[in-house]
Design a protein around this ligand. Structure first.
Ligand SMILES: [Zn+2]
Ligand SMILES: [Zn+2]
Length: 219
């Protein structure tokens, strides 16, 4: 079997939605459907994948805006998985999004609560949950087992880090989690962030201005 990984930018703030599937069992998970649900469904269909679960790295509206439409596109509805500290927020999206001038439908409630060490199995795919708060209180990262790959939500970006000025954010917590839980995965591990291009642990450990001790590659 080979893993299928596709990403597309979705929703009002261009969130990276990741689709991970296996080409043998044809099952998939969808991480952070920010919107553009018809595009997400096209990618799934093109790869002959049937989604089994929606996972939200955290509850900010830009990452969950497509939950309802995507979940209800399938019969039975796709269940939603999130950390318990974020679960209450996804059913109050309308208020959050309207503060940013965006109209969104509330997400259906989450059916699966994720915590540190949980393994999410979909077909032969295994995703290991890391609790990585700092950008928000229940932010998680997902290690794609056997693939040297980690999905980090808005914890860490190529050359930057997630904002910590929203409720539940904390800079020291974020920096500690990146160092203790992401950088320890190994320099070759690919980092798939919630916004912007993919990077690697090694590159961020050395050159990210919030962590690195070496001069940046480019000025
Ligand atoms: Zn966020
Ligand atoms: Zn975001």
């Amino acid at each position: 079997m080979a893993m299928i990984l596709e990403s597309l930018e979705t929703g009002p703030l261009a969130v990276n939605c990741y689709i991970i599937g296996d080409d043998a069992g044809h099952e998939a998970v969808v991480v952070d459907p920010g919107g553009n649900v018809s595009d997400i469904k096209s990618v799934l269909a093109r790869n002959e994948l049937v989604p089994k679960l929606i996972i939200n790295t955290h509850a900010h509206f830009d990452h969950v805006g497509g939950n309802k439409e995507l979940s209800e596109s399938y019969d039975p509805h796709l269940p939603i998985a999130i950390h318990p500290a974020e679960a209450g927020l996804i059913t109050q999206l309308e208020n959050m999004a309207s503060m940013f001038g965006v109209r969104l439908e509330n997400s259906p409630p989450a059916e699966r609560m994720l915590k540190e060490g949980d393994i999410i199995r979909v077909g032969v795919i295994e995703l290991q949950v890391l609790e990585t708060p700092g950008h928000s209180s229940g932010s998680i990262s997902l290690v794609v087992k056997g693939e040297d790959m980690v999905i980090v939500g808005d914890l860490l970006f190529a050359g930057s880090i997630g904002r910590t000025d929203f409720p539940g954010g904390d800079l020291d917590t974020l920096l500690a989690n990146v160092k203790e839980k992401i950088f320890t995965l190994g320099d070759d591990v690919k980092v798939l962030p919630g916004h912007g291009p993919a990077t690697t642990v090694g590159r961020e450990r050395r050159f990210n201005p919030f962590f690195g001790t070496q001069a940046p590659l480019f000025f």
